[in-house]
Structures are given as structure tokens and as C-alpha cells.
Write a new protein. Structure first.
Length: 545
């Protein structure tokens, strides 16, 4: 089962993207949430034996970054370099994110292609020069409509997302004829009901487009931190046009046709719900205008909330991803947010909830099962896994449930992006195996299995029974390690090592999801060892958030 053995060479990769993040500050829990989700999704597909491409990166142009750099007394480029190398990339490494590429919008491989793309639209008559005046939120990098603004102090008007004052901008700009794409977009949504997920997000976009689209200003002339408009270098390209194109430029658009062919279109763009319209309206219209295939799915996730507000730089209650990984470990961190929040919905974080779930599900249900089974194989069989003998109804129930679990988890995680549902199914299976052990009471069976004197029929039967019980539990753990590997790779590696699986059936990362449910993959005779605890007891948190 070599990793690449069943990959179809030349087949299109399953291509997943995260938003490219603004580097005006260090990453926070909200950013990490989407990036971990994409990592789990792509690891899952790799374990299906598919060719996969996972892209993340940073959005480095625009006024917001420029102002932040100025406020810190450095050039925008220096600012971006420092944050990307000093904060963003290290966090993704720390969280075991296995991205295949990392794109920065200041890279030549990107900027050159952005210019070509925009020039192409210009040549096709999709772009014209015009004027615009309206309220602009620099935090969204977007013009707002008057109707959506909130009242601030006095005459002040606020952005509905950032609750910060908008600027009144009046500009001579270049415009993309977005208004012409409304009917085509609506037809596309109609024909592709799964294009926008969840349903609520789809409805929001459809209603928005039905109201009629305005042309989109795609250049700025009041500052210069951006990609120059090819035919008019007094203008830079609007940061969102520049940013959206990363998904194409990073996989060889305009530079590596073979790679582009094998990767584009993206299968899933993961986005936060605040940037849904850019991805579900503007981006497909840009691609239509240029004759490129459209992505398969725009999956909008909800927000992590703090005190009822979207978690943001100014609204973090001081919790950094690293604070949580230090306390709970990286794997538990990766697991918690996907387990506790239905993908697509908002969710809040609390130390109490995380601690409670860690203790009950990770430490008690999963970790204890692993250590109990290893301890019993050690104690009764000197660490050599016995063969499963005659399976009875209790074992059959475990096997049946395992096949159902694999099917359900694969559908939920791999297809529906219902991470919470998929993880719940796997943990229900773990509970079932714990219940199986409690009912079968191997420690009692063991009392008659090893008589001090001669073997008797009873002792032989007990020993066979004990062997079957422990094999069933260990084989269930083997399957669980395969299923949870995408979510908690380091802990599952430990479990894999403790089961002595690798020398017999190969590295964990190369185990296929479909085979997780094939009973009997772990051969009898492997050496089972009780390693360190998978999820150690928590220390009291230093501070309560
Ligand atoms: N640079 C743009 C994206 C361009 S993609 C072509 C951008 N950057 S961002 O850094 O402001 O936000 C990136 C992502 O982080 C968005 O999907 C946003 O929803 C997400 N989040 C920011 N705060 C969040 C939470 N509190 N919770 C969940 N996700 C959040 O927008």
C-alpha cells in the first residue's frame, strides 16, 4: 500500500484552498480554524488514495497592510516578510498543517499573472474607466452600500462587520462589468446546487445576486501598495481582484499549463462567511469573463465568537492558538474546534468546554481505551497480540458498527465537510468498544484462563475467549487510528507505534480510509507496547479566559 501506489498519475488533484490571510497582524484562533479544517479535509482525501493539493498563503497588498506598516515605521514589504516568516508560517508548522504550497501575493509568480489576467479582461472589453463615490471600509477593503451601515457617534457611519468608521471615497477607477454576470451566475447556482455550502449561505448569495449586481471598481489610484494596472501605472489593482487570483496563479495559471490542467479548478474554497460574496459572486464572474472553469464548491464556515462578537485582533481576550496548544497539545487543539462547532455555524470557545471535552472524550474514552488494551495484551500475552478466535454476536456488533462508522465518517468528513458529525461517529464507535470491554470483562475471563496447574477445558476456553476479546479491541484501535489520523496525526502515530502495526502493515499515513473497516488487517503476533499516555491529564490552566 505505498502512498502513491493507488494514486492515479495524471489525474486531476483534489484541490483545496484556505483564504489567503491579511498579514496586518499575527494569526489568531479564527484563522487557524479554517486552516486546520482544510488540513483535515486534505489529509482525509490523501488517505482515500487521491492526489491532493492544499494551498494556503497571505494577502499582502492594499491599504490596510500599508497603513499598518506605516504605523510600525517599516516598509510594507518588510512588514509582510517579518510576519509571514516570524508568525504565519511557524504557526502552520506548529499546528502540523501539511500544505503543499504557500503563496504570497507579493511574489513575482503571482503579480505577473495578475497583470496578464487583468490585461486580458481589458482587451476583451470587460473593463472600462469610470468614477465612483461611496463609503469604504478599509478593514473589509470593500465599498459598502449606504443601507448596510450602522450609526456611530454624531454623523459617523460604521461598517456592519468591523463596527469601525467607514471612509468616504471618491475615485476615478477602472470597473469590471460585474453587473452583466447576474443572470449567468444565477443559472450557474441553479445548475450546481452544491456550489455554495451551507444552504443558508447559498440562499444569501442567491438573494443578493437577484437584487442586481453593480459593476465593480477594480483599481485604486490613491495609494501604490499593489500590483500596477498594466495599461495605466497610476493605478494599482484592487486588492480583492489581486487576492482571488492567487488560487489560479499558485497552481500554474499562465505559467505551467500542465500543472494548471492537473489542479484547476479548485474542488473546495474554504472561506469565512464574511468573505463569501467575493468568492461566490465576484470570483466566478471573473473566471467566466476569462473563460476558465469554475470551482466546485465554496464552503463558508462560521465565526469563532468571543463574548458574542466575532473574534478578531482587537477582540481576542488575549488567547493565542499557542496558549491553547501549550495547555491541551496540538492534536487536541486540531480536534476541539472541529468537534465542538458545526462547520458553517458560529461557535464560541471556552476553557471549561475544551477541558471537559478533552477529559471525557480524549483522555477517558480514547486514551484510556488505548492504554487499557495495551496493558492487557502486555499482562496476559507478554505483549504479543493473540489471534481473534470464534467471533460471537458481541464481536459481530463491533465489526458491523465499524463498517457503518467508516461509511459515515467518509461521507461526512470527505464529502459534506461535516467535521463535527464525522468525528462524533468515530467517537461513538470508541464508546461502543469501551462498552464492549466493560461487558466482556476480559480481566475476569483472565482469572480462569491461566490456571496455576494443568490446563483444563475451561482454561482453554477462557484463554480463547480472552484472545478474541483483546484482538477485537486492538483491531478496533487499529481502525480508529486510521480514521482519526487526519485530525490528530501525532497521537495516532503514537497509537500506531503502540500497536506495533507499522512493520506489518506499513506507515499510518498510507492506510486507506476504505481499509479502516476491513476487519483483520492487524495481524496476530504484532508486538503491542504500552507507550506514554495519548492524552495526559490536564494541568490546571494558568488563567481562565
Ligand atoms: N485577505 C482576505 C481573504 C482573501 S481570499 C482570496 C481576508 N483576510 S482575513 O485575514 O481578514 O480573513 C481571512 C479569513 O479569516 C476569513 O475567511 C475570515 O472569515 C476568517 N476569520 C477571521 N476572523 C474569524 C473568526 N473569528 N472566526 C472564524 N474565521 C474568521 O479576508
Amino acid at each position: 500500500m505505498a502512498a502513491n501506489g493507488s494514486e492515479k498519475q495524471g489525474a486531476k488533484a483534489y484541490y483545496v484552498t484556505t483564504p489567503i490571510y491579511y498579514v496586518n497582524d499575527a494569526p489568531h484562533l479564527g484563522h487557524a480554524y479554517t486552516t486546520v479544517a482544510g488540513d483535515v479535509l486534505t489529509r482525509w482525501h490523501r488517505q482515500r488514495g487521491e492526489k491532493v493539493w492544499y494551498l494556503t498563503g497571505t494577502d499582502e497588498h492594499g491599504q490596510k497592510i500599508m497603513r499598518t506598516a506605516e504605523a510600525n515605521g517599516v516598509s510594507p514589504r518588510e512588514w509582510c516578510n517579518e510576519l509571514v516568516e516570524g508568525s504565519w508560517k511557524p504557526l502552520w508548522e506548529h499546528l502540523e498543517i501539511a500544505n503543499d504550497d504557500f503563496i504570497r501575493t507579493t511574489e513575482d509568480r503571482h503579480t505577473a499573472r495578475v497583470r496578464e489576467f487583468v490585461q486580458d479582461l481589458y482587451d476583451k472589453g470587460e473593463i472600462y474607466q469610470g468614477g465612483y463615490e461611496g463609503p469604504y471600509c478599509v478593514h473589509c477593503e470593500e465599498y459598502k452600500s449606504y443601507g448596510e451601515l450602522l450609526d456611530g457617534e454624531g454623523e459617523e457611519k460604521l461598517c456592519p462587520i468591523h463596527k469601525k468608521p467607514v471612509d468616504m471615497l471618491k475615485e476615478e477607477n477602472y470597473f469590471f462589468k460585474l453587473s452583466e454576470y447576474g443572470p449567468k451566475l444565477l443559472e450557474f447556482y441553479e445548475r450546481n446546487p452544491g456550489f455554495i455550502q451551507p444552504e443558508s449561505a447559498r440562499n444569501e448569495v442567491v438573494n443578493f445576486v437577484r437584487q442586481g449586481l453593480q459593476d465593480l471598481s477594480i483599481s485604486r489610484s490613491t495609494f501604490d501598495w499593489g500590483v500596477k494596472v498594466p495599461w495605466d501605472d497610476k493605478h494599482v489593482i484592487y486588492v480583492w481582484i489581486d487576492a482571488l487570483l492567487n488560487y489560479a496563479t499558485a497552481v500554474g495559471y499562465g505559467s505551467d499549463p500542465a500543472k494548471f490542467e492537473q489542479t484547476w479548478p479548485a474542488d473546495v474554497h474554504l472561506v469565512g462567511k464574511d468573505i463569501l460574496r467575493f468568492h461566490a459572486v465576484i470570483w466566478p464572474a471573473m473566471l467566466m469573463a476569462n473563460g476558465l472553469p469554475l470551482p466546485g464548491k465554496i464552503a463558508a464556515n462560521g465565526w469563532l465568537m468571543v463574548g458574542g462578537e466575532k473574534m478578531s485582533k482587537s477582540n481576542l481576550t488575549g488567547i493565542k492558538p499557542q496558549d491553547l496548544t501549550e495547555h491541551f497539545g496540538v492534536d487536541a487543539y486540531r480536534w476541539y474546534f472541529l468537534r465542538a462547532i458545526a462547520f458553517g455555524q458560529d461557535g464560541s470557545f471556552s476553557w471549561e468546554d475544551f477541558s471537559a471535552r478533552y477529559t471525557s472524550e480524549l483522555a477517558n474514552d480514547f486514551g484510556n481505551l488505548a492504554s487499557r488494551v495495551a496493558a492487557m495484551v502486555g499482562k496476559y500475552f507478554r505483549g504479543t497480540l493473540p489471534a481473534g478466535g470464534a467471533y460471537g454476536p458481541a464481536e459481530q456488533a463491533v465489526m458491523d458498527r465499524l463498517s457503518e462508522t467508516v461509511r459515515e465518517a467518509d461521507q461526512k468528513i470527505g464529502e459534506e465537510l461535516d467535521f463535527a458529525g464525522g468525528i462524533a461517529a468515530i467517537f461513538d464507535f470508541i464508546k461502543l468498544v469501551n462498552g464492549y470491554l466493560t461487558e466482556q470483562e476480559p480481566w475476569k475471563v483472565a482469572k480462569t484462563a491461566f490456571p496455576s496447574g494443568e490446563d483444563t477445558t475451561e482454561s482453554r476456553e477462557s484463554r480463547a475467549r480472552l484472545e478474541t476479546i483483546l484482538y477485537t479491541a486492538a483491531e478496533s484501535l487499529r481502525a480508529t487510528a486510521v480514521l482519526l489520523n487526519a485530525i490528530m496525526p501525532a497521537s495516532c502515530e503514537k497509537l500506531w507505534a503502540s500497536l506495533g502495526a507499522e512493520p506489518e502493515i506499513g506507515p499510518l499515513a498510507e492506510q486507506r480510509v476504505a481499509e479502516a473497516g476491513v476487519w483483520g488487517r492487524l495481524p496476530a503476533g504484532v508486538t503491542v507496547t504500552k507507550g506514554e499516555s495519548l492524552f495526559p491529564r490536564l494541568q490546571e490552566p494558568a488563567s481562565e479566559g
